[in-house]
Write a new protein. Structure first.
Ligand code: FAD
Lengths: 379, 94
């Protein structure tokens, strides 16, 4: 296996996104399928293992380049970008940081090369924002654990080979890597989504699934505090860039249309009310990208600020993605509401970002607390 | 100063640094006072995401690597337990 250099991966992704992904994103969305050939090409080019250190066959990409990679892919196709969020950010980055060398040696080379696809199984029907309240259970067995429960909304569970599963033993949360072909593992596809339609979302049903001791990720009880939070920290960074990506795509649609379409004898871009939407979009996209870069720099420095910088970037960029895509639909008028133009798809995809990896409301709660701590006068 | 005193002084310094970091990051609207033996998660002083930040803070401030088998919520749940862990890790690395 020859690990690729970060610059090579980025260059390849730029061309692939523009030539292959962007023209097909509408079709992936309509058919609800991300073709295996696309996943294979991303894997072979080193995109899926971008952030994994070369020791395990990855490109060892840093946070800022990975952000750019996420934007490049996400601008072309949200469902493809979601594969990076789930497989690369939530699973690979978490294992790199938190798993034992034994797990890393066993799984990371296959995950980095994309020979196996990973997914992240935390949410359940009754455990969403309050993710620590999961009821999927584990019990100790002589040489491992037995898992029982039902996970919901799991992106790429329909095609994944490995599941990072969070389970509880009377309130003690732990994380496990579960192979798809373990007896007792079943997935049930979920359809009918607003966005992320080609992400093979499924329920994961675990019935007396035996997991070997060595597949425990971190220690017993490390599940939420360290493993899930590490994963969500990486997932949020990915979603922050996903917001920039979608907003940038919408901005380009809006500007292109406003300079071509004429009404009342002039280009619609000449109308001041249209200019307001364009100006807001330009400004917000720039601001969101800078917040993402700021978070990226904090991550690269392993600063304790990185968590809050990431929350702020995720909150802002998902919020503006929603506004910019809504304005893009507005600028395109009837065509904005029609699936022969990308605006309506971007609008649907943007809304998802305000819900996944911690809803906007949860980000607001954390950011407000940060505000009180930082800005309330002490005297 | 004898070596025990130096060690105690070291532990007091570690505790002060950790206490300061926890205080600075406690939920802003709490009025409770932080005691070294308090379980900061159970008392609601911080949320669980802070565990990750504590790990980064401890490794970068005290120049130690917290081994895998020490990374449990319990070891990070009070100033007292974190101080003990850091002192032990520092002693082990000389
Ligand atoms: C497309 C898609 C893909 C997904 N992929 C995955 C995946 O791969 N893996 C996985 O584990 N999960 C996945 N999820 C699940 C996702 O993480 C949850 O939907 C999300 O955490 C929100 O949980 P919920 O849907 O139960 O909403 P709820 O938690 O029920 O929230 C509903 C509303 O109440 C608000 N609310 C809740 N608590 C508070 C509070 N304390 N303060 C203020 N407001 C609050 C929320 O902000 C929201 O507006 C996916 C979801 C979607 C839609």
């Amino acid at each position: 296996m020859s690990a690729r250099r970060p610059a090579e991966v980025l260059d390849w992704a730029r061309a692939f996104a523009e030539e292959e992904l962007a023209p097909s994103a509408g079709e992936f969305d309509r058919t609800g399928q991300l073709p295996g050939s696309v996943i294979r090409q991303l894997a072979d080019a080193g995109v899926l293992g971008a952030v994994v250190p070369p020791r395990w066959g990855g490109a060892g990409m840093d946070a800022l380049d990975y952000g750019e990679l996420t934007e490049v892919v996400g601008k072309a196709c949200s469902s493809t970008r979601a594969l990076l969020t789930v497989h690369t950010s939530l699973v690979c980055e978490t294992l790199v940081e938190r798993a034992s060398d034994r797990i890393k040696d066993k799984y990371l080379p296959d995950l980095a090369s994309g020979r196996r696809i990973g997914c992240f199984a935390l949410s359940e029907a009754d455990a969403g924002s309050d993710a620590a309240s999961v009821t999927t259970s584990y019990t100790r067995q002589r040489d491992g654990f037995v898992l029982n429960g039902r996970k919901k909304w799991i992106s790429f569970a329909g095609i994944a080979d490995l599941f990072l599963v969070f389970a509880t033993d009377n309130g003690v949360l732990s994380a496990f890597l579960v192979d798809r072909d373990t007896p007792g593992v079943r997935t049930a596809p979920m359809t009918g989504f607003l966005g992320n339609r080609a992400t093979h979302i499924a329920e994961v049903v675990l019935t007396d699934v035996a997991v070997p001791e060595e597949n425990l990720v971190g220690r017993i009880g490390a599940g939420f505090g360290f493993i899930a939070n590490t994963a969500l920290f990486h997932g949020r960074y990915s979603i922050a860039w996903a917001g920039v990506a979608i907003a940038q795509a919408a901005l380009e649609e809006m500007c292109t249309y406003a300079t071509r379409r004429e009404q009342f004898g002039v280009q619609i871009g000449a109308h001041q009310l249209v200019q307001k939407m364009v100006a807001d979009a330009v400004t917000n996209v720039d601001a969101a990208r800078e917040l993402c870069r700021q978070a990226g720099r904090a991550r690269a420095e392993r600063s304790v600020e990185a968590v809050m910088r990431t929350n702020i970037a995720k909150y802002f960029s998902s919020t503006i993605a929603q506004q910019v895509t809504s304005d893009a639909v507005q600028v395109l008028g009837g065509n904005g509401c029609w699936d022969q133009y990308p605006a309506e798809r971007l609008f649907r995809e943007a809304k998802i970002l305000e819900i996944i990896e911690g809803t906007s409301q949860l980000q607001q709660v954390m950011i407000a607390d940060h505000g009180y701590k930082t800005f309330a006068r002490k005297s | 100063m004898n070596s025990e005193a130096v060690e105690q002084d070291g532990a007091a310094g570690i505790a002060a640094d950790i206490r300061g970091f926890v205080r600075a990051n406690m939920t802003a609207l709490t009025t409770a006072e932080l005691r070294d033996e308090d379980n900061i998660f159970e008392k609601g002083f911080v949320t669980s995401i802070f565990a990750m930040q504590l790990l980064v803070f401890i490794e970068s401030t005290f120049d130690v690597t917290v081994p895998d088998d020490h990374i449990t919520l319990r070891n990070f749940s009070s100033v007292e337990l974190m101080t003990g862990m850091v002192a032990k890790l520092k002693a082990a690395t000389g």
